[in-house]
Design a protein around this ligand. Structure first.
Ligand code: PMP
Length: 318
């Protein structure tokens, strides 16, 4: 499998961590008339999301360069999947992990992070993810902890360029990707995957899926920050320093009705993919691009995380 296993797990890492990737890439067609989309099943990673890749990549690198060693502490601002993934990776590497997050995040996520032995610092709901980032930065300075800075750390995108992206190229027919579609939080997924495909010579269009509220319903708070709703957690606007037009030549941004994203998530669950709302968002946008590009176009998207962390949310209360 080409470069898919560019990492040799450090001897210090637990054996279960080695189960991170490769994940299947499967063609999915929701109805007979719908277009086909190539979907990377990242929810099958050990902590249940694609963030296992970046957690492992960033921490392995810090370990190799001596920034981290046994017993060290890692801190990150994240209200979602990255904290869960870092909590698991740290537990397996013998590191302490401190997750900084705004009050009001779902209980499922808090319980998962604690289950992996990590600590949680809550900042006020009003200070949102920006406040969490500032607090993580202060904590790192005061306690000599490593702040992984997912929103600006180039290793976040590198994990996807060198790892997830290479897997996809080795799995998709003819190693050809015509478009790659993802919602943007840190921007690591879309930037890393697009670079992998472009460097392999594919004429790939990068497509960012943006949730917008067309109908009513759904609480709009500042927990996940900024202009995007909380109905599609993980996809946040205006925070990433990795997601730039310069990093993504030919970028298209596609507005998706968040109600359609939730409906699509439910349809995917019934098809046998136990995914969360950002996956429904990704899939809706990917279907739209695949329809536009026509038969024969190979459109890739990511099934980012698992449904269990959303049991208490609107996804399951319809
Ligand atoms: N989906 C989920 C569930 C996420 O947690 C995130 C990241 N916070 C994304 C999508 C967006 O991915 P990225 O951060 O790589 O842009």
């Amino acid at each position: 499998m080409s470069n898919a296993v560019v990492f040799n797990p450090l001897p210090q890492l637990g054996r279960f961590l080695n189960l991170c990737g490769p994940t299947p890439l499967v063609p999915v067609q929701l109805t007979r008339d719908a277009p086909l989309v190539w979907c990377k099943l990242e929810f099958l990673n050990p902590s249940g999301s694609t963030k296992d890749r970046i957690a492992r990549y960033m921490l392995e690198k810090a370990w190799r360069t001596g920034e981290l060693c046994e017993g060290g502490t890692v801190v990150e601002a994240s209200s979602g999947s990255t904290s869960i993934a870092l909590a698991l990776t740290c537990a397996q590497m013998g590191l302490r992990f401190v997750a900084v997050m705004p009050e009001g995040v779902s209980q499922e996520r808090v319980l998962m992070i604690r289950a992996y032995g990590a600590e949680i610092i809550l900042v006020s709901r009003e200070s949102s993810i920006r406040g969490a980032i500032d607090t993580a930065e202060r904590y790192a300075k005061q306690h000599g902890a490593l702040h992984t800075r997912q929103f600006e750390n180039p290793d976040n995108a590198e994990a996807h360029r060198l790892w997830t992206g290479q897997e996809i190229l080795s799995q998709i027919p003819h190693g050809m990707v015509h478009a790659v579609v993802s919602g943007v939080g840190t921007g690591g997924t879309i930037v890393g995957l697009h670079h992998a495909f472009a460097q392999a010579g594919c004429p790939t269009i990068p497509v960012a899926a943006r949730p917008v509220r067309i109908g009513g319903g759904g609480a709009h708070t500042e927990i996940e920050c900024c202009s995007f709703s909380t109905r599609v957690p993980g996809v946040v606007d205006g925070i990433s320093k990795l997601y730039t037009h310069a990093a993504l030549p030919g970028l298209r941004e596609l507005d998706i009705d968040e109600e359609a994203a939730l409906q699509t998530t439910r349809a995917l669950i019934r098809k046998g993919f136990p995914v969360g709302p950002s996956t429904g968002l990704n899939f809706c946008a990917a279907e739209q691009i695949a329809r536009e590009l026509g038969a024969g176009a190979q459109v890739v998207t990511v099934f980012a995380d698992r449904m269990e962390r959303y049991f208490s949310t609107e996804l399951f209360s319809h």
